[in-house]
Structure formats: structure tokens, C-alpha cells
Ligand binder design. Structure first.
Ligand SMILES: NC(=O)c1ccc[n+]([C@@H]2O[C@H](COP(=O)([O-])OP(=O)(O)OC[C@H]3O[C@@H](n4cnc5c(N)ncnc54)[C@H](O)[C@@H]3O)[C@@H](O)[C@H]2O)c1
Length: 377
């Protein structure tokens, strides 16, 4: 039965040129890492010297590391600068190479995991302060969940929508600015879009305002974070961890870096839900004129109060609303409710009417200068 050791110490090796090396492992074994994929290597014949470590990089200069469970195990004469590491690690005759899945003894596995669990010791979230940057659809839910986990939650969002404000629990303390959030939070989580104004928002200056030993989580957008500033902050201890789904080569060697695949929406349900959501939003637009998540129109929803609704699009110029309502007034049509919003050059209006406008009235509305489109719904 192979003995597995989960403990890791890095022995950094840059393997330029050619050569070979021998290495002796201490009695508790060792682990070899190749890039980020870890091959658990068992050494029942611990204490012996393994020769001919080899690697499929074939003489490239990529840095790599042998991970061992004691620093002092390199045998005399082992010249790290001449090591060529390639292919699958060869551990010599009589040894085993495998993963936990190759263990077949339940008791041995339980004992091993029990013994080594201290290596996975974490930190309790209860009582810690989470700073949520961006309190929209995702940020507000994260805030809610963190409260349930017993965290204190503070948040910052300069343009909170009415919907998001409704969703937000009152226990979330709103901060006036980012630096006061950074100064109070042990954990900072980002949930804002990548815009010109948010690109590299988390830079060296921002990180300087963080508490020492903070944890930064970024599952929003890569561009929001200046990776070189994060690398420095991890090295200096300003950041204890950077957890994201945006891997960068320069982050990978750092102990405080935790990278995940970009899997925020990777569930069977998410694909279906997206399709259903889009179909519902289109139906609502076609039937009621409501607009959600358009890329070029304002977001606008109005509960229907009558059976007659006009949806009018016009250029975003002065007096349009007056011109349209005067056509309706001249036709003796009462407006029960109306909503008007604009986005850049476009304005969009919904009018709920007490009586049906005739074709002639609709033609008159369409003829108003600046009106682009009129729909009776
Ligand atoms: N990693 C993933 O797989 C994944 C999946 C889904 C969404 N996202 C990203 O997560 C982010 C949040 O998504 P959402 O659905 O909650 O978006 P949302 O539009 O509902 O919320 C974003 C919020 O950020 C706020 N905001 C804008 N500028 C800000 C600033 N400078 N400081 C603080 N807040 C600011 C907005 O006012 C808004 O309330 C988006 O960038 C989205 O693209 C990532």
C-alpha cells in the first residue's frame, strides 16, 4: 500500500539546458507538481535515491518545482541548475505512483485524511466583515448569503437600481466610498461591470487602503483588477488571498492565489434559464412594450392599467412629450398612466389610454417630427 503525503514544500527549479539529477525523499514521502496539475506520488521505499527526473517540456526554460515534504532531502551532488525534468515522474523500482483514488483500503484512507486534515485548515467566516462592491443582481444575493453565514456586510454601489435596493437586506451597511469599505472589510468581493470607469479599479492605490491580510474575491470581470498590483499585494502580505475565476500565469506560483475555471454560469439549469428569460423578455416587449436588458434602449417597465397602450420611440430632443400628448388631447383621449425614459439619442415612452386611439390618431402621432416609431399594444 502506497503512503500518500499531502504536505508540500516547494523546491524551485529552473531547468535550463541539459543534465540530470538524483533526489532522496525522506521517510514520509513527497509530491511532484508539473505546472498546476498535481501528481500525487507515493514512496513506500522512502529514503532511497530517485534518479532521472524527466519532463515533457523537453529542455524548455519553464520554471517548475519538485514538491517534497522536507527541504533537506536533496542528496549531495544534486545540482538543481542542471536538472532536466520530463514526462511522468519516475520514482524508481518498487515505488508506487497514484492518487487517493488508487487507495483501496478505507481505514488507511480515513486515517491518512484525518492525519493530514490540518493542512486544509481554513478561517471562520462568521464575525468577519465582507465588503461587497456592486450591489446589483449578484452582489445583493452575495450580501444576503453572507449575512446568513454570520458575517457583517458592508457595501458600496454609486448607482444602485430601485430593484436592487428592494432586494438588499437592511442589515447591509452602505458605505460612502470605496476606501472606507476597504478599510473596514476583511473580505472584499467584486460584483460590478467592466466599464471605462471600473477598469483597474483595484490597483496599487486601492489595495493600499485594504486592511493587512485581507482576502479579495473577483468573480466579476478580469479587467477590474490590476493583476500586477495584486501580485505585489500577495507578496507583501497586504492580501492574504486572491480568489478569482480569471487565472494569470504570474499569479499561479503564488501561495495566496486561488484560481478557478470561469464557471459562474456553468450549470445545466443556467443555460435553460437564460433561454427562458430571453423569451419572456421578448414576449413582454411585444405584448406590453416593456424593455429589459436591451443594449441600445433604456430599461423601462410599466404595469398595465388599461387595455390601450401606445409605445412610442422618438429622438431624444426637447418638447417631444408635449407634442405627443397634445395630439392625444386634441383627439379627446385621456392618458391614465405614462412612463418616459431615454438612453443616449433615443427616448422611449409608454402611454396607457382610457380609450382606443383611431388609425388616424396613430398616423398623426407617427407624423410628429422626431417620432421614430408608434405601436398600439
Ligand atoms: N464570473 C462569472 O462567471 C460571471 C457570471 C455572471 C456575471 N458576472 C459579472 O458579475 C458582475 C455583476 O453582475 P450582476 O448581474 O450583479 O450585474 P448588475 O448590473 O445587476 O450589478 C452591477 C452593479 O454594479 C454597480 N456598479 C457600477 N459601477 C460601480 C462602481 N464603480 N462601484 C461599485 N458598484 C458599481 C452597478 O450600479 C450595479 O448595481 C458583472 O460584471 C457581470 O458581468 C460574472
Amino acid at each position: 500500500m502506497a503512503t500518500f503525503v499531502l504536505k508540500q514544500y516547494n523546491l524551485n527549479i529552473t531547468y535550463a539546458g541539459s543534465g540530470s539529477g538524483d533526489v532522496t525523499l525522506d521517510p514520509s514521502g513527497g509530491v511532484y507538481t508539473h505546472g498546476q496539475s498535481v501528481i500525487m506520488t507515493a514512496y513506500p521505499n522512502a529514503g532511497s535515491t530517485f534518479t532521472g527526473w524527466s519532463d515533457d517540456h523537453g529542455g524548455t526554460t519553464n520554471p517548475d518545482s519538485i514538491v517534497m515534504n522536507a527541504e533537506k532531502n536533496v542528496v549531495a551532488g544534486f545540482d538543481l541548475s542542471l536538472v532536466t525534468i520530463s514526462g511522468t515522474v519516475s520514482t524508481g523500482a518498487g515505488s508506487g505512483v497514484g492518487t487517493l483514488s488508487s487507495m483501496d483500503d478505507y481505514k488507511a484512507m480515513s486515517a491518512l485524511l484525518e492525519k493530514e486534515k490540518k493542512q486544509f485548515k481554513g478561517n471562520e467566516l462568521a464575525g468577519q466583515t465582507l465588503g461587497v462592491v456592486g450591489l446589483g443582481a449578484i452582489g445583493s444575493r452575495v450580501a444576503q448569503t453572507a449575512l446568513l453565514l454570520g458575517m457583517e456586510v458592508i457595501g458600496f454601489d454609486p448607482a444602485l437600481s430601485v430593484d436592487a435596493a428592494w432586494r438588499l437586506p437592511s442589515d447591509v451597511k452602505k458605505m460612502e466610498n470605496l476606501s472606507s469599505l476597504f478599510a473596514r472589510a476583511n473580505y472584499v468581493t467584486l460584483h460590478l461591470p467592466a466599464l471605462d470607469s471600473t477598469r483597474n479599479l483595484i490597483n496599487a492605490e486601492a489595495l493600499n487602503a485594504f486592511r493587512d491580510g485581507s482576502v479579495l474575491l473577483n468573480f466579476a470581470r478580469d479587467e477590474i483588477v490590476d493583476v500586477s498590483a495584486v501580485v505585489s499585494a500577495l507578496k507583501s502580505g497586504k492580501l492574504r488571498k486572491y480568489i478569482s475565476d480569471f487565472p494569470h500565469p504570474e499569479l499561479l506560483p503564488l501561495e495566496g492565489n486561488v484560481c478557478m475555471p470561469h464557471i459562474g454560469a456553468s450549470t445545466d439549469e443556467a443555460e435553460d434559464n437564460c433561454a427562458i428569460m430571453v423569451a419572456r423578455q421578448l414576449k413582454d416587449f411585444l405584448e406590453n412594450g416593456n424593455i429589459t436588458n436591451a443594449v441600445n434602449f433604456p430599461t423601462l417597465q410599466l404595469e398595465r392599467t388599461s387595455g390601450f397602450r401606445l409605445a412610442i420611440t422618438n429622438h431624444n430632443v426637447p418638447r417631444m412629450l408635449g407634442l405627443v400628448t397634445s395630439v392625444l388631447a386634441d383627439a379627446n383621449i385621456n392618458v391614465i398612466d405614462l412612463l418616459n425614459k431615454s438612453r443616449n439619442d433615443i427616448a422611449y415612452n409608454l402611454f396607457d389610454l382610457e380609450s382606443a386611439p383611431s388609425d388616424a390618431v396613430i398616423e398623426q402621432l407617427a407624423a410628429v417630427e422626431g417620432v421614430i416609431n408608434v405601436r398600439l399594444l
